[in-house]
Design a protein around this ligand. Structure first.
Ligand SMILES: Cc1cc2nc3c(=O)[nH]c(=O)nc-3n(C[C@H](O)[C@H](O)[C@H](O)COP(=O)(O)OP(=O)(O)OC[C@H]3O[C@@H](n4cnc5c(N)ncnc54)[C@H](O)[C@@H]3O)c2cc1C
Ligand code: FES
Length: 277
């Protein structure tokens, strides 16, 4: 059982939680995730470890409320306990002194890219961060990203804050300004990661993306998280979640993410009915 120590809403659908998990806090590295269960019969869902505090034995997760399990999690309170938190899982981010790196985060992907941005800065890189959201109200972690970046660009789809447009357009401008970018990290919705890869492909800048396929066991046994990278089958839970974006089959990823759409819709509707009974 893992106690929830803190809970904050970062926007109306994004929640930050600090959870007791001393072993995970001690071992985790940037880019890794946990699989948690809210209760004994609950679904196992993967969430990135955004931060940790070894002295307090806690980890921080940030999640968007999208379906049944994240709704259920968002309704838990400080002092409640999660049934299980398994991790750290996945391969850590390859962190080196690359030179100048661009970290591009979209939506809740900003939370996932934050620990990577921090680790890249600590490794001595010049960090250009580009973060974006649909609208100003749902932009998260601006101050935290700013604190670990040499340069920060903000975009909103509706122009309510920062550049009016997409993160990929700002990245294109940065590349066109002849700034030498040694590596790009891009995390966010699948269409965003795909477009960022299209932007960096002509200049051959290695672009690392973090894939979010459906995961079940997260030990490489069930095959649920199957993705295709460079024509080879990979399991994102053990071979990833980060891959060279130029080699990722984004069409397959998109179709596999939609596989249980009907069941997911039914699950959240049933959950809401049970809550209202
Ligand atoms: C390695 C990894 C790290 C992630 N980190 C974060 C994070 O830090 N913050 C965050 O908000 N989200 C993160 N996600 C996505 C998160 O796991 C899903 O949003 C969550 O599982 C949705 O569950 P649900 O029951 O609320 O929604 P559902 O209604 O069940 O599903 C909504 C959508 O979420 C995806 N999804 C559903 N079940 C799973 C599952 N078991 N595994 C993965 N995806 C699923 C599907 O695309 C689905 O269409 C991560 C995913 C992966 C693979
Ligand atoms: S989640 Fe089962 S193999 Fe990756």
């Amino acid at each position: 059982m893992n106690l929830i120590r803190e809970k904050t809403f970062l926007s109306n659908s994004v929640v930050k939680m600090v959870i007791e998990a001393p072993d995970v806090a001690r071992k985790r590295k940037a880019g890794q995730f946990v699989v948690l269960m809210t209760d004994e019969k609950g679904e196992r869902i993967p969430l990135t470890i955004v931060d940790s505090d070894v002295d307090n034995g806690t980890i921080t997760i940030i999640f968007q409320v999208v379906g049944k399990t994240t709704t259920c999690l968002s309704e838990m309170k400080v002092g409640d306990s999660l049934y299980s938190v398994l991790g750290p899982l996945g391969r850590p981010t390859e962190v080196e002194r690359f030179g100048t790196v661009a970290c591009v985060g979209g939506g809740v992907g900003i939370a996932v890219i934050y620990p990577i941005t921090k680790a890249l800065k600590e490794a001595g890189n010049r960090v250009i961060s580009i973060i974006g959201a649909r609208t100003k109200d749902i932009l998260i972690l601006e101050d935290e990203i700013k604190a670990v970046s040499d340069e920060l660009h903000i975009t909103t789809d509706d122009g309510s804050y920062g550049f009016h447009g997409f993160v990929s357009e700002v990245l294109q401008n940065v590349i066109d300004s002849e700034e030498v970018i040694d590596r790009v990290f891009a995390i966010g919705p699948v269409p965003m990661m795909r477009v960022v890869c299209d932007v960096t492909r002509p200049s051959g800048i290695t672009t690392i993306v973090s894939l979010n396929p459906i995961m079940v066991d997260a030990t490489g046994m069930c095959g649920a998280c199957r993705v295709s990278v460079g024509g080879c089958t990979k399991f994102a839970c053990v071979d990833g979640p980060e891959f060279d974006g130029h080699d990722v089959d984004f069409n397959l990823l998109t179709s596999r993410l939609r596989m249980y759409y009907v069941q997911e819709k039914e699950a959240i509707e049933q959950f809401r009915c049970e809550c209202n009974e």
